[in-house]
Design a protein around this ligand. Structure first.
Ligand code: NAI
Ligand code: SOE
Length: 390
């Protein structure tokens, strides 16, 4: 079992989640495909980097992410910074021959995403984009049922991602509200997770017809780079313009003939991490709600007329990733577990010299869908989605 040295760039929310995954992955999945070694962490300043190294268990720290890329001892570069840095770091890491896991959205635009995809293809390294929600066991179980034909041909996908952490106008103007940093708002930040699951479960998007809305046009300026996700409030000080969307709604035509809708907002009071989908097929239906993520609701048309209805399957050892997780269904799958599974599958691909999904091709395809949604909202019309060339 090989040791692989990780250089993690960004020690915020995702720095924490990824560090936890590297330490816990071998405890869940044993024998591990390879042992992640928390080698170097990069942060925006020396102090932040040193603190992050101590907190997250890294041997070394730096305020210059380029040092991570240049270090011949680093095998894996993990990009957990705000979105505007993803492309520059990933392209440099690919050119240095490092395996890369990059947080979502892959980049701010389709154009940036293409440059990243081209760089990893040329480098021949293992690459992954961190759409971790498809690794929730219940979502992977939905995929298994669909592939087995349990709900027949898919007719319709209805997906949501609803949150309320920025519904307060005094929630600050963090990097997530700045187009130059984030690229887009709820679209790139959260709708992309549902787009990823829709591609995973239903298939490629053919065209979209969309509405983007910005409900809160300005917010209090904040000091410091990290986004506290609404857990601090600005005061009466200066405010700055929000130049991204707060909400996205889109209708979807899938290439296989299915239709669908996706809605995402960060202004839905009372909603926290309300990622849901309902899928109707010719032979049954599947419903998932991340806020009850141990559960998958299923209804099969061939159940007798007198017993047809939704029933609940609690994921456990009999289901995807079950052998590595907890021994009894409904003990509780958490956000951390999705990241542990993600780390496992990424390290397995590196150890076996294979590829993993979702990868930069998937991240680029999702960015092309995002671009089409923006164009559709601007034109108030259906827009075709181009496909990433193989
Ligand atoms: P955050 O704001 O909590 O943390 C970002 C960190 O990056 C901050 O600590 C900041 O100081 C650091 N940073 C900024 N410039 C840097 C530089 N030049 N070098 C090194 N570090 C630098 O942000 P968060 O929530 O961790 O988001 C990071 C990325 O992860 C984003 O792309 C976001 O979209 C994605 N994300 C994905 C999630 C998922 O469920 N897959 C959940 C949350 C975020
Ligand atoms: C904020 O909307 C956020 O942290 C997103 O950036 C993540 O991708 C999502 O999983 C949780 O919410």
């Amino acid at each position: 079992m090989k040791n692989l040295n990780v250089g993690l760039i960004g020690g915020g929310f995702m720095g924490k989640a990824h560090s936890l995954a590297y330490s816990a992955m071998p405890m869940f999945f044993w024998p591990a495909p390879a042992m992640p070694v928390r080698h170097t962490i990069a942060e925006a300043t020396d102090d932040l980097a040193a603190e992050a190294a101590r907190r997250f268990g890294f041997e070394k720290s730096t305020a210059d992410w380029r040092k991570v890329i240049e270090d011949p001892q680093i095998d894996v570069v993990d990009i957990a910074t705000p979105n505007h840095l993803h492309a520059e770091i990933a392209i440099a890491a690919a050119q240095a021959g490092k395996h890369i896991i990059c947080e979502k959205p892959l980049a701010r635009t389709g154009e940036e995403s293409k440059a990243m995809y081209d760089a990893v293809k040329d480098a021949g390294i293992v690459h992954m984009v961190a759409f971790n929600y498809r690794r929730t066991p219940a979502v992977a179980l939905a995929k298994k049922y669909i592939e087995e034909g349990a709900i027949g041909r898919i007719l319709n996908f209805r997906g949501t991602y609803l949150q309320d952490w920025s519904a307060d106008p005094n929630s600050p103007l963090s990097w997530r509200f700045q187009k130059s940093v984030a690229g887009s708002g709820a679209l790139g930040d959260i709708a992309t997770h549902v787009i990823d699951m829709a591609r995973y479960l239903v298939g490629e998007f053919a065209s979209v017809n969309s509405i983007l809305s910005t409900w809160i046009p300005d917010r209090p300026l904040q000091s410091g780079g990290a986004d506290a996700l609404g857990n601090v409030r600005g005061g009466d000080g200066p405010r700055g313009e929000v130049d991204v969307d707060d909400e996205v709604m889109t209708m979807v035509r899938f290439a296989n003939g299915a239709v669908g809708s996706i809605e995402a907002t960060r202004n839905g009071w009372g909603r926290n991490n309300f990622i849901t989908f309902e899928i109707h097929g010719t032979e049954g239906s599947i419903v998932f709600n991340y806020e009850r993520r141990d559960e998958l609701q299923v209804c099969f048309a061939n159940d007798g007329d007198d017993r047809r209805g939704f029933r609940t399957v609690y994921t456990g050892p009999a289901h995807p990733y079950g052998s590595g997780l907890w021994p009894i269904p409904a003990l509780g799958i958490g956000y951390g577990e999705t990241k542990i599974i993600e780390a496992h599958d990424f390290f397995k691909a590196i150890a076996e010299g294979t590829s993993v999904s979702p990868n930069f091709a998937d991240g680029y395809q999702t960015a092309l869908i995002d671009d089409a949604i923006v164009a559709s909202a601007e034109k108030d019309a259906w827009v075709d989605v181009p496909r990433v060339a193989e």
